[in-house]
Design a protein around this ligand. Structure first.
Ligand SMILES: Cc1ncc(COP(=O)(O)O)c(C=O)c1O
Length: 431
C-alpha cells in the first residue's frame, strides 16, 4: 500500500510512513493494531471517546438514521432529531444557555462562537467590537479564527493571526503550584491581566474573551482557585462576552456536564464537540445565552446569521449524539468522576511522582498530565514516553515534555492500576 497519498494531520509524515502504526479495531478501553498489539487507551482517542470505543448502540443508531434519512440540509429545512438533541443539550447546560448551533468539529464550533460574538455586538449597534482576548498555551482548533486565538506557537508560525487578538498569560506556575491536586491554590490574580488588556485596547473594541476552563493541549492546566470567577467579573464590568471552549472539558470529563457547572462560572457562549458523539462521528456545537440569540435573531428580517455548514445538524450525527446522551445518562457518566474513580485516578497519577525526570503532575476529574524535565538533546520527553508506553501496551499522549491523560469515563480501577504499572516500566527504560 502506498502511504504517501494521505497527508496526515499533526503528524511527522516522513517518520510515520517509514514505520506506520495502523489500527485495526477498538473496543471499550482498548485499541488493537494490525500487528495484533492491544493497548489500553488512556487518551480516549483524542479526548473524545468518553463512552469507550465502538459502542454498539451508537453504531446502530447511526445505521438506522443512515437508512431512513441519510441527509437533509439544515438551511431552511429541519428534521426532528436536531431539535430533540438541541433541547436535551440545552436542558443540561447551565444558566440560560438555551440555544445551540451545530457544526462538525471543535474547530468549527470555535469559529462559530467567534462569529456569534461579533454578530451579537453588531446587532447591538457595536460593530466595532471585533477584537478577541485569548490566552497563552490555548488550543482552539485549527481554522483561521481558532488559529488566531490559539496560544501555541507551532500552530500559528507560518499562518499569522487573522483578526486582532491579545493574549492573557497562561496559568502554569511550577514555582508555586507544582504537584497540585485539583485546582492550584495560587494564581487567581493572573486574571487581572484582563483588566490591563482592556485598558490598553479599549472595551469598545473587544468582542469576547475566550478560554478553555482547563487548558488541554497546552498541558492540562487546571485554573487557579477563583481565576475563572475573576474573568467573569471583569467581562461583566465591560460588556465583554465570556466564551468557554469546552471541547475537551464537556461531557463529564470534570465530574459535571460542563466545567462551567463544575466551577460555577457561567459563560455567555460555550463550545463543544468530541464527547458529544463520543468520537463516533464528527459533530461540533456552540451554545449561547438567550440575550445573544434574541439580539441577533430579532435584529433583522430574513436570514439573521449568515453562517452554517452543509453538514450542520447532520441526521446521522444527531442520531449518534442522542444515543450517546442516553448512555451517558443511563450509566451516570456525567458525574461518575465524583464516585471514587476521580480520586483513584488522582492518587494513581501522583504516585508516579518518583519517576525519573518528573517535575510536575497536574489533574482534575479524568484529566491529567505528567511533566518531565526537558532533556539536553532537545527530543521532547512527551514523545519519548509515548513511544515507550506504546511498546508496553498503554496509549498516552505526548505534548511537549508532558504526557497527557484523558481516559474514557468508563475506566475502572484495574485499568488505572495497569496504566501505572506500564508507565513505570516505560519510564524506567528512558532513565
Ligand atoms: C480545547 C479544544 N478546542 C478545539 C479543538 C478542536 O477540535 P477539532 O479537532 O474537532 O476541530 C480541540 C481539539 O483537540 C480542543 O482541544
Amino acid at each position: 500500500m502506498k502511504l504517501d497519498a494521505h497527508w496526515m494531520p499533526f503528524t511527522a509524515n516522513k517518520t510515520f510512513k517509514q514505520d506506520p502504526i495502523l489500527m485495526e479495531s477498538s473496543s471499550g478501553m482498548h485499541v488493537t493494531t494490525e500487528a495484533g498489539q492491544t493497548m489500553i487507551d488512556m487518551t480516549a482517542g483524542l479526548w473524545c471517546t468518553n463512552l469507550g470505543h465502538s459502542r454498539e448502540r451508537v453504531a446502530k443508531a447511526m445505521y438506522e438514521s443512515a437508512k431512513t434519512l441519510g441527509y437533509v440540509s439544515s438551511f431552511n429545512l429541519g428534521h426532528r432529531a436536531s431539535f430533540e438533541l438541541a433541547e436535551r443539550l440545552t436542558d443540561l447546560s447551565p444558566g440560560n444557555l438555551n440555544h445551540v448551533f451545530f457544526s462538525n468539529s471543535g474547530s468549527e464550533a470555535i469559529d462559530t462562537a467567534l462569529k456569534i460574538a461579533m454578530a451579537y455586538h453588531a446587532a447591538k449597534g457595536q460593530s466595532g467590537r471585533k477584537m478577541f482576548i485569548a490566552r497563552e498555551r490555548a488550543y482552539h482548533g485549527v481554522n483561521l479564527g481558532g488559529t488566531a486565538v490559539g496560544g501555541l506557537v507551532n500552530n500559528t508560525r507560518n499562518f499569522g493571526r487573522w483578526g486582532t487578538v491579545a493574549h492573557l498569560p497562561h496559568t502554569l506556575d511550577h514555582a508555586n503550584n507544582a504537584f497540585s491536586r485539583g485546582l492550584p491554590k495560587i494564581g487567581a490574580e493572573k486574571a487581572q491581566a484582563l483588566a490591563d488588556l482592556i485598558a490598553l485596547h479599549g472595551a469598545e473594541n473587544i468582542a469576547a474573551v475566550m478560554v478553555e476552563p482547563i487548558a488541554g493541549a497546552g498541558g492540562v492546566l487546571p485554573p487557579p482557585v477563583g481565576y475563572l470567577k475573576e474573568l467573569r467579573k471583569i467581562c461583566d464590568e465591560h460588556d465583554i462576552l465570556l466564551i468557554f471552549d469546552e471541547v475537551v472539558t464537556g461531557f463529564g470529563r470534570t465530574g459535571s456536564f460542563t466545567a462551567s457547572i463544575e466551577f460555577d462560572v457561567v459563560p455567555d457562549i460555550y463550545t463543544s464537540a468530541k464527547g458529544l458523539t463520543s468520537g463516533a462521528v464528527p459533530m461540533g456545537a456552540t451554545f449561547c445565552k438567550d440575550f445573544i440569540y434574541d439580539a441577533v435573531v430579532n435584529s433583522v428580517e430574513g436570514i439573521e446569521f449568515w453562517h452554517g455548514y452543509t453538514y450542520s445538524a447532520h441526521p446521522i450525527a444527531c442520531a449518534a449524539a442522542i444515543a450517546c446522551l442516553d448512555i451517558y445518562e443511563e450509566e451516570s457518566l456525567f458525574t461518575r468522576v465524583n464516585e471514587g474513580i476521580g480520586d483513584y485516578f488522582e492518587e494513581a497519577l501522583h504516585s508516579l511522582n518518583d519517576l525519573p525526570h518528573v517535575i510536575d503532575i497536574r489533574n482534575y476529574g479524568l484529566l491529567g498530565a505528567i511533566e518531565f524535565q526537558p532533556q539536553s538533546d532537545g527530543l521532547p520527553m512527551g514523545s519519548r514516553v509515548y513511544k515507550k508506553a506504546m511498546e508496553k501496551g498503554v496509549m498516552v499522549r505526548g505534548a511537549g515534555d508532558s504526557i497527557i491523560l484523558s481516559p474514557p469515563l468508563i475506566i475502572e480501577r484495574s485499568h488505572i492500576d495497569e496504566f501505572v504499572e506500564k508507565t513505570r516500566l516505560a519510564a524506567a527504560e528512558i532513565a
